[in-house]
Design a protein around this ligand. Structure first.
Ligand SMILES: Cc1cc2nc3c(=O)[nH]c(=O)nc-3n(C[C@H](O)[C@H](O)[C@H](O)COP(=O)(O)O)c2cc1C
Length: 144
């Protein structure tokens, strides 16, 4: 099995996104990622994006080069960029995850704090948040 490379970044949307624009972004991302063997997750919340991309190192960095230049977001801050033990979002060409419920405000505050101080512990927590939201979305989907 080939090594997995992971890239995790935080960015800010340059303008508010309509649901249809997110759908279009996901369609485009999933089509490209499937073709490149990439998997990952995207959170869009309170004007922030948080994204994990995983796969072959060249494919991940090539994709990230395109994403970085995308004018739909700015202030792209890489948080993790390196080898990973395994894929965390292996079933998804791009899993869209979103917080909901009483913790919402806390997520925005957490992302703002992460931007100010991306300590290893804060980055670990952010990745754990993505994994938790992805698992919850999967469970909700199964429950119908
Ligand atoms: C927040 C954000 C996340 C994105 N994620 C991906 C992605 O996972 N894969 C991808 O191919 N493009 C992604 N894009 C889009 C790229 O920036 C770029 O527009 C696209 O890859 C160009 O693809 P095309 O040449 O097929 O139109 C993302 C853009 C934004 C703003």
């Amino acid at each position: 099995m080939s090594a997995v490379f992971r890239l995790f970044y935080l960015s800010k949307a340059t303008r508010p996104f309509e649901a249809a624009e997110i759908d279009e972004l996901l369609l485009q991302s999933r089509r490209n990622n499937r073709a490149a063997g990439l998997t990952g997750a995207l959170l869009h919340y309170g004007g922030h994006f948080l994204q994990v991309l995983e796969g072959d190192a060249d494919a991940v960095t090539g994709c990230f080069e395109r994403i970085r230049r995308d004018e739909r977001h700015a202030e792209v801050l890489p948080l993790i960029d390196g080898a990973a033990a395994q894929r965390d979002f292996g079933d998804w060409a791009m899993h869209y995850v979103t917080p909901s419920g009483p913790g919402d405000r806390a997520v925005v505050a957490f992302l703002e704090q992460l931007r100010r101080q991306a300590t290893p512990e804060a980055v670990r927590q952010a990745l754990a948040l993505m994994q938790r939201l992805a698992r919850r979305a999967d469970a909700d989907a199964q429950a119908g």
